[in-house]
Design a protein around this ligand. Sequence first.
Ligand SMILES: [Zn+2]
Length: 136
Amino acid sequence: MNDKSHVGLTTCFYCGEHSGVMLDRRMKDSLPKEIGIVDMMPCSSCESHMKKGIWLIEINPPKDGKIPMHEQTDRKGNVVQRIPNPDRTGRMALMIDPAVERIFDKGMYEWGRKHRFLFIDKETYEMVGLDQEVEA
Ligand SMILES: [Zn+2]
């Protein structure tokens, strides 16, 4: 990454792959260089998956029950974006909407339907049988 050019690789929030290049002077100072820029825009691959289903992303549940948020700030210290940053296990799977509706409670389904992803714990992941699938 070249500091002078203010160019950063964007990292897809969902799959963690580098999804593109972003030019953004505003956010430069607040970004951890090693992870690059993360935003909530899916990469093209995730975007097409999310038209078909909802990402179920496995996480280690936070001890206090609250998902930590990464706050991105501008140069003046104003929070420009808050991104959930739980401890992920690295496993994720795509589930079609009707299946999510059947398996999860209404609140979770509605949230997932809107945001196109859900964080779930290991127990749930395996209970649903997702650990038997390799590829989304
Ligand atoms: Zn992605």
